[in-house]
Design a protein around this ligand. Structure first.
Ligand SMILES: [Zn+2]
Length: 150
């Protein structure tokens, strides 16, 4: 006589532990109607997806990657360090340059504050250009006035 084999234990394919089937949630798509992973592993997996764990702690603050820089909250660490080095807050247009090119090397001696970013220089150039055009415009207007009077 053959009774239907009822599994009481199952090996979790994630933590590789043998656990009673009550530790697995039901999954109809699997052969034995139980999930491949135990409940603990499913919970752990979901948890890890939701919140990214910090890569390391910097002065007790969580650090994450912001583009190719380290950052705490919304602020990039190299800017904080540069501010301390200068002893004042950085202006928005001031940019911090990594001397050795390594964007993750935030040693104060590797940081250099550049007073102007390329954007700012471009704006300056545009303003000068505008002034020049305005001057030319007034000149032309005067010339036009003279020719009209004639
Ligand atoms: Zn498991």
């Amino acid at each position: 006589m053959q009774t239907k084999c009822k599994v009481s234990h199952k090996r979790c394919s994630r933590c590789k532990k043998n656990k009673p089937v009550t530790e697995f949630s039901h999954d109809r798509s699997s052969k034995d109607n139980y999930n491949f992973y135990c409940k603990d592993c499913v919970r752990e997996k979901r948890g890890h997806k939701k919140r990214k764990p910090p890569l390391w702690l910097w002065e007790g603050k969580r650090v994450h990657m912001s583009g190719s820089y380290w950052a705490v909250t919304k602020k990039r660490i190299h800017r904080i360090i540069a501010e301390r080095k200068l002893g004042r807050k950085l202006k928005k247009y001031e940019c911090v340059h990594h001397l050795n090119g390594d964007k993750l090397d935030n040693r104060p001696e590797n940081l250099e504050v550049l007073p102007r970013s390329i954007d700012n220089i471009a704006i300056d150039r545009l303003l000068k250009e505008m002034k020049k055009l305005e001057e030319e415009n007034t000149k032309l207007k005067k010339l036009l006035e003279i020719s009209v009077k004639r």
